[in-house]
Design a protein around this ligand. Structure first.
Ligand code: PRX
Length: 638
């Protein structure tokens, strides 16, 4: 039986150094070599065409492919009967679902045909609002099969947030479930979609509803269609749409420092090559391994490293419906033991939450199959790193701290499991092909020495860099390509040590990272300001023991309005309504004034320090328009 070719897997740190050097000396040759391991319908003309001024990045242009043929069809000969998706349900005693590559291929075909029958075709946008169930994975892949563009919205966002995203991309179809199971609760999902439609989503023709819990839902005869009714009886054979390498594969909305969330656009060819390459190398995945990433498919981590990366490499990927603390804080470790998980990938916030419950929940679970532990989403603090290493990894398992973003499509800085030197709180070295730079904030010059700290940038395109932001290319340019001309600016600050290892310090813009979720402070402020009795607000992040950062809101209320707990609750409810529970402020402080510069800009630096309890080092406040506001703010801190 022929072996399915895969991108190159590096096998030692020495080899990493050599491969890295080659990837920088000849990026086109290097990536063409990786790309050739995939199934293309026609080959590319030029490997790469780029400039970071417009910006314009095109990889493998002229080539055609379908990513699902690479995720599914090409594995059928060698591993058709191997489990592709291993679904672990919310309730530990409910049945596990295992879909082999052959079954997944057939199911994706059936759903692809059902979608085509609903009038969905190449380039149409399909929005997903679903829990972590197999049908989500299948229908995302079915979209890719027929060339439709998927836009997955995390099912914790509010109806308003959902409607905003549906409308920005003019989605013609929403795929959702009736309810979502999370721990001991069932959460309505379809009802939120109904509310979103009631807010006005003129592009939506149909809502395809997956029956998950079977509980009662409202039914809209004009638009609603049952998933099972449409999929049943479909042929499993579904011709894959032939896509250009630079055709859009998906849109994923993410928060920035200004305005509404933007739709990050990823395309078919480069994203495929990079997610597979990075998955294989960072996790050192070997055939037969069981890999589990605990993220939700509503975020980029789920796209790249539950679905595409692992399936492209013929992996067995675990999908978990539940939460880490149900029925108890040992659930992750019980699942690892039950399925003999070899690579486990989670977020520091989950590690901290479990650490707080004590290591007794880890003990008693056989974790001897673990080979690599991964971390993603936010800086991992030393205590959490040590706990992960000592208790979960039993001092034996290497940790990869993977730094990347929605915009980068794949992991950018990380150790390669078991090969690279590791150092707590350091993400490590850039992956092959990733040309990082630190840039001095004041001068805008690249800092080439070691050690150094500065703005974290990338100097050269990699295959899965975002191509644009949906329907707003100018926003893509100004957000990422103008801070440091000629480079992609990540929004993060970082330090590089004497050996060249990177440590991510955190965001340097007005974005906060709450439990690994990215939140724009302006977005939260806009939601708070929707409350009729709020005059103005300012939101900042502050250190939070479990969430990494908490949301601290300073709020000015209208004259005569009692600034009390009732108002606090209303403000929180407003944020839940506008964005969702993940954005609700942890602390609200009512203030009479916000410290401002003479030009009227809110001094967030000061507000951040006050919220963090660092009132000793506020720096020079004499140039403020209203220095007395600072004292008032300090006096009222909550
Ligand atoms: O600040 C960095 C932080 O998360 C941001 C990207 O968020 P998002 O697009 O939602 O993607 C998260 C999952 C890839 C980054 O700008 N971040 C992500 N990973 C790390 C991290 N910060 C420190 N260390 C990491 N490993």
């Amino acid at each position: 039986m022929p072996t399915t070719p895969l991108p190159h897997r590096i096998q030692s740190f020495q080899e990493y150094r050599e491969v890295y050097a080659r990837s920088v000396a000849d990026p086109e040759g290097f990536w063409a070599e990786q790309a050739r391991t995939f199934r293309w319908h026609t080959g590319w003309g030029r490997v790469l065409d780029w400039n970071f001024e417009e910006p314009r990045v095109r990889w493998f242009e002229g080539a055609t492919l379908n990513i699902t043929e690479n995720c599914l069809d090409r594995h059928l000969d060698e591993r058709g009967d191997q489990t592709a998706i291993l679904f672990e349900p919310n309730e530990p005693d409910d049945p596990v679902v295992k879909l082999t590559y052959r079954e997944l291929h057939a199911e994706v075909g059936r759903v692809g045909n059902a979608l085509r029958e609903l009038g969905v075709g190449k380039g149409d946008r399909v929005c997903f609002y679903m829990p972590m169930v197999v049908e989500l994975a299948v229908s995302v892949l079915a979209c890719a099969r027929i060339g439709a563009i998927h836009s997955v919205v995390f099912a914790g966002f509010s109806a308003q947030a959902l409607a905003d995203r549906v409308n920005d991309a003019d989605c013609s179809l929403i795929i959702c479930s009736d309810y979502n199971r999370r721990g001991s609760k069932n959460i309505p999902v379809k009802a939120v979609v109904d509310d979103a439609l009631a807010l006005g989503c003129p592009s939506v023709r149909n809502v395809l509803v997956h029956r998950n819990t079977g509980e009662e839902i409202a039914w809209n005869k004009g638009t609603d269609v049952w998933y099972h009714e449409r999929v049943e009886g479909q042929s499993s054979s579904c011709a894959a749409e032939v896509m250009g390498a630079e055709d859009v594969l998906f849109i994923l909305y993410t928060s920035g420092s200004t305005g509404k969330p933007k739709g990050v656009v990823h395309t078919c060819g480069g994203y495929m090559v990079y997610t597979a390459f990075s998955f294989l190398n960072v996790f050192q995945y070997q055939p037969g391994d069981v890999y589990w990433c605990t993220a939700d498919i509503g975020w980029i981590t789920g796209h790249s490293y539950i679905l595409y990366g692992p399936l492209l490499c013929g992996a067995t990927t675990v999908m978990f419906e539940g939460v880490p603390t149900y029925p108890d804080a040992g659930r992750f470790w019980q699942v690892c033991a039950k399925h003999h998980v070899n690579q486990f990938y989670t977020a520091p916030t989950a590690i901290r939450a479990l650490m707080a419950r004590g290591h007794k929940f880890v003990e008693g679970h056989d974790l001897s199959d673990l080979k690599v532990l991964g971390s993603v989403g936010e800086p991992i603090n030393e205590e959490a790193w040590e706990w992960y290493h000592d208790y979960v990894g039993q001092g034996r398992v290497p940790i990869v701290d993977t730094w990347w973003q929605t915009e980068t499509g794949g992991m950018m800085i990380s150790g390669l499991g078991g090969l690279s030197p590791q150092k707590a709180t350091f993400a490590g070295y850039p992956l092959p092909g990733i040309q990082m730079a630190l840039v001095d904030k004041e001068s805008g010059q690249e800092l080439t020495g070691n050690p150094e700290s500065g703005l974290l940038c990338v100097k050269f395109p990699w295959p899965s860099i975002l191509r644009t932001t949906w329907c707003d290319h100018e926003r893509c340019r100004t957000t990422y390509f103008t801070t440091v001309p000629g480079m992609y600016f990540t929004g993060d600050g970082a330090r590089r040590d004497a050996e060249g290892m990177y440590r991510i310090v955190g965001r340097v813009d007005d974005v906060i990272n709450v439990s690994g979720h990215r939140m724009g402070t302006a977005e939260v402020e806009n939601a708070i300001n929707e409350h009729g009795q709020v005059v103005e607000s300012a939101v900042v992040g502050y250190p939070h023991a479990i969430k990494g950062q908490g949301i601290y809101a300073y709020v000015i209320v209208a004259d005569g309005v009692p600034a009390d707990d009732r108002l606090r609750e209303e403000i929180v409810a407003m944020v839940r309504q506008e964005i969702g529970p993940i954005a609700k402020p942890d602390k609200i402080q009512f203030v009479a004034e916000l410290p401002k510069t003479r030009s009227g800009k809110i001094m967030r630096r000061i507000l951040r320090k006050v919220a963090s309890g660092e009132t000793e080092q506020l720096g020079d406040t004499s140039t403020l328009l209203n220095p007395e506001a600072v004292e008032q703010v300090i006096a009222g801190v909550v």
